[in-house]
Design a protein around this ligand. Structure first.
Ligand code: DLZ
Length: 159
């Protein structure tokens, strides 16, 4: 029988950062509420959480990377809402944000959670920000706690 490892959903004493985009803040404020509620209901107090606002999703990666390398935070939750407009602007934002966050999490070894909605319509976004399709901010916060607890079980390897 192999040993299984899984991160528990119980917060400890570590600090968490949230990076949230102001663009489409009708949606992102709801994602933020979901994330804060999830942290609170899983043992992470408000004092353990710092929230960093950026203008839009495109600006999330640089701040997330700085926070991940700061040595202060155990995980960084990124929240944004990219909604398809009349141009293909959203495609550039989506690819750059996802790629930037993946590179930063791999380089830092700190979990960076992708709570950035990529939707065709505002209705789809609201559905995923506390509406009928749940709250992706909440899911990002829970994934952050789980990953912190999982990584703690894996010995660090010198590069
Ligand atoms: C410019 C722009 C557009 C068109 N759409 C979105 C969006 O749907 N979601 C989002 O978070 N941000 C958007 N932005 C703003 C960019 O992310 C960025 O803030 C600006 O291009 C300035 O770099």
């Amino acid at each position: 029988m192999p040993r299984h490892f899984e991160g528990q959903l119980t917060g400890g004493s570590e600090k968490y950062a949230i990076v949230v985009a102001r663009f489409n803040d009708l949606v992102t404020r709801r994602l933020l509420s979901g994330a804060l509620e999830a942290f609170g209901s899983h043992g992470v107090t408000d004092e353990q959480v710092s929230v960093f606002w950026v203008p839009g999703s495109f600006e999330i990666p640089v701040v997330a990377e700085r926070l991940a390398f700061s040595g202060t935070f155990a995980a960084v939750c990124c929240l944004g809402a990219v909604i398809r407009g009349e141009t293909n602007h959203h495609e550039y934002i989506n690819q750059q944000v996802a790629g930037g966050l993946m590179r930063a999490t791999q380089a830092s070894g700190i979990p960076i959670l992708f709570g950035v909605l990529t939707c065709d319509t505002m209705e789809q976004a609201l559905d995923r920000a506390g509406g009928k399709a749940g709250n992706k901010g909440c899911e990002a916060a829970l994934a952050a706690i789980e990953m912190v607890n999982l990584l703690r079980q894996i010995p660090e390897v010198e590069a």
